[in-house]
Structures are given as C-alpha cells and as structure tokens.
Write a protein of this length. Structure first.
Length: 130
C-alpha cells in the first residue's frame, strides 16, 4: 500500500546517499566501475558475479532493493571479488585487498551507525510480504 511505497522511497534515498559517499572516497576508486573485460579477459571466468558501485546505484534506481540486507549483499560481492581475484603478495594486490577490507568495514560501520532498527524491520516485513 502507499505507506510501503513511502518506506521504499526513504530506503532508496538512504542507499543512494551511502553509495555516493563510498563512490566519492578516493580509496574506493577501483570499485566504482565494472572491471573492464577487454582489459582483463579472464576476469569473468574467475569471478562469476561481478559487482561495482555504479551498478549498485543503477539497481537502487531500478527498485531492485527492498531491504538494506540486499544492498549490503551486493557491496559484499565487490570486496569479496577483489580479495578473490587479487590474492598475490605483490604490492598492487596487497593495496587492492587493503582497500577491499576498508570498503567492507566502512560500509558495515555506516549501516551500524545510521540505519534505524525499526526502519530496517519494516523493510524486512515488506520483503517477506511480497
Ligand atoms: O579486481 C580488479 C579491480 C580492483 C578491485 C576491482 N581488477 C582486476 C585487474 C587486476 C588488477 C590490475 C589491473 O589489471 C586492473 O585491471 C584490475 C582490475 O586490478
């Protein structure tokens, strides 16, 4: 009903704000766009579910998220893919993994600090009812 659409509109505003803050953070520049398959042809063979912050922002606008949990699952794909594809000891892989861990910790801290528990429960109940 209308109250549900009001809730989902507020969810989208929150998710856009979090996504934009992450995208503006210089540490996370490598996570802002899809990995270039021309530049890295074997990437899609290794990483079955690519994800990036621009794709997440598009999914917000396509109403793909009804809960913060679904959004966080996509952010988790970003950093888990980065850890998996860049496992080596060389400095460039280590820098990517450090930034991947920062993306994980920053996202979870924002959610912990800024997501209201009651609002989250209402979103989860909308998802269960659909
Ligand atoms: O995993 C990633 C991104 C970093 C976080 C997402 N890439 C795979 C390639 C390996 C490494 C060096 C470049 O070849 C560059 O193309 C990539 C992009 O970084």
């Amino acid at each position: 009903e209308e109250q549900e659409e009001d809730t989902l509109r507020e969810l989208r505003l929150f998710l856009r704000n979090v996504t934009e803050r992450l995208s503006q953070d210089k540490r996370f520049k490598a996570f802002t766009k899809p990995v270039d398959i021309e530049e890295v042809p074997d990437y899609i063979k290794v990483i079955r579910h690519p994800m990036d912050l621009s794709t997440i922002l598009s999914k917000v606008d396509l109403h793909k998220y009804v809960t913060v949990r679904e959004f966080v699952n996509d952010v988790d794909l970003i950093w888990k893919n980065a850890l998996e594809y860049n496992p080596d000891s060389d400095p460039s892989d280590r820098q990517i993994r450090h930034r991947a861990c920062a993306l994980k910790d920053t996202t979870h801290a924002i959610i912990r600090d800024e997501l209201d528990e009651d609002f989250n429960r209402i979103c989860e109940q909308i998802r269960e009812a659909r």
